[in-house]
Write a protein that binds this ligand. Structure first.
Ligand code: FES
Length: 109
C-alpha cells in the first residue's frame, strides 16, 4: 500500500547531537540526531513556547532540554522526563530516513 502522508523535509545530513528547527506550514518541528537516530517532535515547548531547537541534548536521559526552564523531553517519544513534571509531554512525530532524505509524518491538523 502506498502511504503518501510522509513528507520530505530535507537532506538527512544531521550530525551527531544536532538539533535542527524546521518550519513546516503552520508547525515548528524539531529534528534531533542522537545515537545515530533521527527523531522529531514539536519544536515549541508546551511549557511556555520556547524553541527546543535552541536547547541541548541530555545524553543520560536521551532527551532534549529546553533552553528556557530546562525541562527535558525524551527523544523519540516526547515524554516529559523532568521531575517534578510541571508540564505535559511534547508531541512526537514519526520520522524515517529514506534515500538520504528525512521523511516526516505529521498528524492531520
Ligand atoms: S518554555 Fe520550555 S521549559 Fe519553560
Amino acid at each position: 500500500m502506498v502511504d503518501d502522508n510522509w513528507i520530505d523535509v530535507g537532506p538527512a545530513d544531521l550530525t551527531a547531537g544536532e538539533l535542527r528547527g524546521l518550519e513546516i506550514g503552520e508547525r515548528l518541528v524539531l529534528l534531533a540526531c542522537h545515537n545515530d537516530q533521527v527523531s522529531a517532535m514539536d519544536d515549541s515547548c508546551n511549557h511556555a513556547g520556547c524553541l527546543l531547537s535552541g536547547g541541548w541534548i541530555d545524553e543520560r536521559k536521551s532527551a532534549v532540554v529546553c533552553p528556557c526552564h530546562e525541562y527535558a523531553f525524551e527523544l523519540g517519544s516526547g515524554r516529559n522526563v523532568t521531575f517534578p513534571r510541571l508540564c505535559a509531554d511534547q508531541q512526537a512525530f514519526r520520522v524515517r530516513v529514506e534515500s538520504g532524505r528525512v521523511m516526516l509524518r505529521l498528524p492531520e491538523t
